[in-house]
Design a protein around this ligand. Structure first.
Ligand SMILES: [Zn+2]
Length: 550
């Protein structure tokens, strides 16, 4: 029988269907880009055989919190993610300056706070490498930026400049700015940077998509679509790519809630949702950033942070959105059919988000909107069961739940032992009936879902766990492999409202697959991070194959 290019039969590997591993010998038939049959020993007939070679077929991963356009833009600029030390960063910055000479801004970023004492780098180090052109380099989590003296001068920032309400200018003992801006203070400089052109944003989106496809990611939720603290707006890039067919992934956009305004921005959000829907892109979510991050003490905590001597301070983090109005905002957004995607990191932010969802449910009933809370670094034990009660999804970034300098030196001492034990409580959430979805927050951390799965299962950083390692981080919160893979596929498809389209290996769904080179059904936990995606399929077509350029 001649083969039919429209028909494929995947065999000779393990199959994870989005919830569980299927029995050995399971095969998957695809026709016309859709899954038509899943079962043991299906006959090939006219289908082309795809040999899984003892690896694993999974639904394409769906990253429920990621910034592919900003990440792709960073890849095309001064990208610092490959270094880990001050000397390494300065080498990359000097090399970028040589390769892109001129007097324009040097931007990009991706440095890590743990490379600097107290997480604070200095303008003087940058000045030594680049004195003559302004430099603005956000750190890996995007909550702060390293700037040189020329950038400070152009922005008019000096000892007399007051901190903005939503941020902080790091200073020396004399009150002079040292070259690090936290949170909202970054926009004092970022607003001076020439806007990125539409053509550059489009190229950034395609660069970001190519990188995500190489990790088996076939869909995502873009966690900021809008002008967040001076950043660009990726909306037009998505529309162009959706129209010209170059957007291959299924994407939900989370429209940025401007924290300086209230409900007067609702008409704008409604307009952006209705006019911004095109092909595989749907801006159906609203992103509300409730707080900052723990490392710079801007995550909103129920009790204050400790100082380096373990004594209580009067700093308990920031509420970026007025807590007295949050429930009203969320109730109105829920009524308008928006999903709300919260950035909630500290235990006060988590509680405020759950309270707001509960208020919306009381007024509106169950609208079916799948509100979700991302990051969940510190969750008060009283709030763990409330996720299921108010039907809020826990959007986890598993890669962060490990002992690393950022955790051990910049976080645990300032939370204290009791609260440090409430971090990233994935297993408790699952046991309490919470729906889970998963994401990477790339470019904050690697987009590789297998690295995320490695940490979720072992609570140990990939490559960690040696003789001198600190051991697993809160090992009682380990997930089993099927649970984290389910969060990264079925769970994220559900939060994107796409469970009838993708996210599972089930007849009727699109043939969106990640093929991993190892048999994940029998893999030793500490080897998960060493496995890799060999092939990525979307609607029955190969869109990435390892060894070929992305
Ligand atoms: Zn994010």
């Amino acid at each position: 029988v001649p083969s039919d290019a429209n028909q494929l039969l995947f065999c000779n590997g393990s199959v994870f269907d989005g919830l569980r591993f299927r029995p050995p010998g399971t095969t998957v038939r695809v026709s016309g880009g859709k899954i038509t049959d899943v079962g043991p020993g299906l006959a090939a007939g006219r289908a082309d055989i795809v040999d899984l070679n003892g690896g694993t077929l999974l639904p394409g991963f769906i990253d429920a919190h990621v910034h592919p356009v900003f990440a792709g833009d960073q890849l095309r600029r001064c990208d610092l993610t490959s270094a880990t030390t001050l000397a390494g960063y300065l080498d990359l910055i000097a090399a970028y300056d040589r390769a892109h000479p001129g007097d324009g801004w040097v931007t990009g970023g991706g440095w890590s706070m743990e490379a600097f004492p107290g997480g604070v780098p200095s303008a003087a180090d940058l000045d030594a490498v680049i004195p003559g052109r302004p430099v603005y380099l956000p750190n890996r989590d995007g909550h702060g930026a390293w700037v040189n003296s020329l950038a400070l001068r152009l922005a008019g920032i000096d000892a007399a400049t007051l901190d903005p309400a939503d941020g902080r200018i790091e200073r020396n003992a004399a009150g002079e700015p040292v070259g690090m801006l936290q949170e909202g203070a970054t926009s004092l400089v970022s607003r001076l940077i020439p806007a990125t052109s539409d053509a550059d944003w489009y190229a950034a989106l395609l660069a970001g998509q190519a990188r995500l496809l190489s990790f088996g990611i076939t869909g995502w939720q873009d966690a900021i679509v809008g002008h967040a603290h001076g950043s660009g707006d990726p909306l037009r890039a998505y529309l162009r790519a959706a129209r010209d067919g170059s957007l291959l992934a299924n994407v939900v956009g989370a429209l940025w809630w401007d924290r300086d305004r209230g409900l007067e921005q609702l008409p704008e959000l409604l307009h952006r949702r209705s006019s911004g829907r095109e092909g595989r892109f749907r801006p159906a979510s609203v992103k509300m950033m409730l707080d900052g991050v723990a490392e710079n003490h801007t995550a909103a905590m129920l009790e204050p942070y400790l100082d380096s001597a373990g004594c209580q301070t009067d700093v308990d983090g920031l509420d970026f959105i007025d807590p007295d109005r949050l429930a009203q905002y969320v109730t109105v957004l829920d009524h308008e059919g928006f999903q709300v995607h919260f950035h909630a990191l500290g235990d006060r932010a988590v509680r405020l988000a759950l309270d707001a969802v509960a208020a919306a449910r009381r007024v509106n009933g169950d609208t079916g909107n799948r509100h979700h809370l991302a990051h969940l670094q510190v969750v008060h034990p009283d709030d763990v069961a409330r996720f299921a009660e108010v039907s809020a999804t826990a959007n986890i970034q598993p890669l962060w739940a490990a002992h690393e300098p950022q955790m051990d030196e910049l976080t645990i001492p300032f939370l204290g032992a009791r609260r440090a034990g409430w971090q990233y409580p994935f297993r408790s959430l699952l046991a309490a009936g919470a729906q889970l979805c998963a994401g990477s927050d790339w470019p904050v951390s690697s987009p590789d879902p297998l690295l995320g799965a490695h940490v979720a299962v072992t609570r140990t950083a990939p490559g960690g766990g040696g003789a001198d390692s600190p051991g697993p981080f809160l090992p009682e919160q380990c997930l089993d492999l099927a649970s984290i893979l389910a969060a990264y596929t079925t769970g994220s498809a559900r939060v994107n409202g796409l469970e009838a389209v993708t996210g599972a290996v089930r007849p009727g769904l699109d043939a969106d697959f990640a093929v991993v080179d190892a048999d994940l059904s029998v893999i030793a936990p500490h080897e998960i991070g060493a496995s890799a995606v060999r092939q990525t399929w979307i609607r029955g077509q190969v869109v990435h194959e390892s060894g070929r350029a992305a």
